[in-house]
Structures are given as C-alpha cells and as structure tokens.
Design a protein around this ligand. Structure first.
Ligand SMILES: [Fe+2]
Length: 339
C-alpha cells in the first residue's frame, strides 16, 4: 500500500476490520484522486482487515454522488447500475443509477428492523448474536453470481446508539469451527432466495401459502464455505431466517424445512458466525463510508426511531470477481436473461 495511506486495525472494540485515513488529504476528492493513483491500495487494505473498512470524512460525496461511483470502481470490474437490474425506481438515486438509497423518508419509505426481543441480552448488553439478533445477511446472495463488495455512505445518519450496522467476520468464524464441522460443511450448498419470494423462516414455519415462483426468483445454490478469490482465505457464506429458502432448504441435500436437519445446521452455523467475538458494531457519523466484502462477511441493520428521525444512506454494489466456482456464469437472476 502507498505509504500515505494509514490503516488502523482492528477496529475499536472488534477483532477485525480497519479504519483508513490518507495523510495530508482533507477532502473526499483528494482521497479518491490519491486512491485512483494507486488503484490496488484500497482493495489490498480491505483484504488485509478481513473485509470491513471504514473511511471517515467522505461527506462531500453527498454533494457530488459520482465520487462514490468513482471510488466503487476501484473495488471491481462492474458497479451495478440499479436501473438496468429492475430495482424499484423509488430506491434508486434519480441522477446516479449506481446508487441505491436506503432511507425511511420519501420516496423510499423503508422501515428499520424492529428491536430484538428482548431488547437486551440477559447480562444487559446490546444483542448481536443470531437468533436473538435477526436480519444478518450478505448482500444479494439470492443472485448467482453474487456481488463482491458493497459501499455504504452515511449521508444523513441518526444519532449514535441507534441505526447501527453490525458486521461479522466470516473468515475468523470459519477458522474457529471444529475440524469435524469444517469437514461436514466443506461441500454443502445453501439455498438462498430473496425475502419477497415468501420462503423466509417465519413464513414457512407458520404454514403460510406458497406462491408459484418465476424462474428468476427460484432459489440459488451458494457454497457454505467460500474460498476468497483474492486472498485464498476460506469463509462461511450463509444468511439466516430472512434470505434462505426454508421450504426446499436451507441446505441442499439435507432434510428441508424449519425443523429439518438442514435448518438445525444452518441455525447453529448462523449463531456461531455472529458470536460477539466475531462482530463489529459500527456507530455512524455523517460522512462515514464503510466498505465491506460480501464474500467473507455478514451484516445486519438495527432499529432506529423512524417516527422522529430521518435517515439517508447510499449504497453501491461492485461485481465481477466471485471466484472460480462461478466461472462463466451469466446473471441468472435477471428476468430478461432467463434460460
Ligand atoms: Fe445489506
């Protein structure tokens, strides 16, 4: 990495992740120009800290959204244009279609998740571990190939203490598994599906009627253990209740359903993955940009007071380097590319 970049890692209160600063650069534009001059620096920094990197002070991107797209391009061959991938128009930035807007205010109206039940752990702590904490996922894992990297900018965060984003380290979680579990899951495939398909844990468990799925909505197989195409490190790759197929899966070849063998294994792995020792809680400051690698991390949103507060976050997604498992695959999830 260029000497002028300073990476502090791990992140405060966590065992992984890093915080990047550029000596002498005071504006987002200067940071991006320097990063473009040494284009491997930021991807290498991200890989060095197990796939979660905080870059503070990027608030100027809110005035010039193309800066976020420029920075995103350093992390892979393709920055998703959400207008071409059938995202709802109200969630896409009106001028820059590579930006997906996550917000509770118009025109997006996306509500935050509820507080966990109960709101604190038995010893009075902020809950992070599944299943007490729900909503852990890796972005768009219901697509095959899945995306590599997400960038998330705090345009208008809510006060600290709410609206955090939680991250979990899939490399450390994999390494900490007992050898017998590693060998059991080595070749298993999870069945991932968008929550809108109606096959979430709670829906299937309650016996809610299932609808016919269009071909592009069908569950996709993803390995439970992914080898990172850049670092060669192995990481757990799974979601939990909301983004797995709990009807046919969640694990291919194992007894399906919420009470089946596959469900028991998935639940056990998701709880292990989100053990507090593998988790970082990010409290947002305006202008924070957090970059994460979806190939080796999980993340989850948390509650905030959406009745009284407005939150605006921008996300980009970078594609194109999922690894040899996906070699030659086209985007099977696009309706107009159905086989
Ligand atoms: Fe996400």
């Amino acid at each position: 990495m260029d000497a002028s970049f300073r990476l502090q890692h791990p992140l405060a209160g966590a065992s992984f992740g890093g915080r990047l600063a550029l000596e002498g650069a005071t504006t987002a534009h200067e940071v991006i120009t320097a990063a473009e001059a040494t284009p491997t620096a930021l991807p290498e920094a991200l890989a060095a800290c197990h796939g979660v990197m905080v870059i503070p002070g990027m608030g100027a991107m809110a005035q010039d959204p193309t800066l976020l797209v420029r920075l995103s391009r350093l992390f892979g061959p393709e920055v998703e244009n959400y207008r071409t991938t059938h995202m709802a128009a109200n969630m896409v930035h009106p001028e820059v279609p590579e930006i997906f807007v996550v917000s509770n205010i118009p025109p997006v109206f996306r509500a935050p998740p509820p507080k966990p039940t109960p709101p604190l752990t038995a010893d009075g702590k902020f809950p992070v571990q599944f299943p007490h904490r729900r909503g852990w996922h890796t972005d768009q894992s219901y697509r095959r190939p899945p995306p590599d990297i997400s960038l998330f900018l705090a345009v208008q965060p809510v006060p600290q203490g709410q609206g955090q984003t939680l991250f979990a380290d899939g490399i450390a979680a994999y390494e900490a598994l007992p050898a017998a579990t590693k060998s059991r899951i080595e070749t298993l495939q999870g069945l991932h599906i968008a929550s809108a398909a109606g096959r979430k844990y709670d829906a299937v468990k309650s016996g809610a009627p299932q609808r016919e799925l269009a071909p592009h909505e069908r569950p996709v197989r993803q390995p439970l253990v992914r080898t990172h195409p850049v670092t060669g490190q192995k990481a757990l790759y799974l979601c939990e209740y909301g983004q797995m197929d709990w009807l046919e899966g969640p694990i291919e070849g194992l007894e399906p359903g919420p009470d089946g063998e596959g469900g028991r294994l998935l639940t056990e792995l998701a709880a292990h993955y989100t053990d507090p020792r593998f988790v970082y809680v990010h409290e947002w400051t305006q202008g924070d940009l957090v970059v994460w690698d979806n190939r080796c991390t999980l993340h989850a949103a948390t509650w905030f007071d959406a009745e009284h507060l407005s939150r605006v976050m921008w996300r980009t997604t970078v594609w194109g380097n999922p690894g040899p498992t996906y070699a030659g695959e086209v985007k099977s999830w696009l309706p107009d590319m159905e086989a």
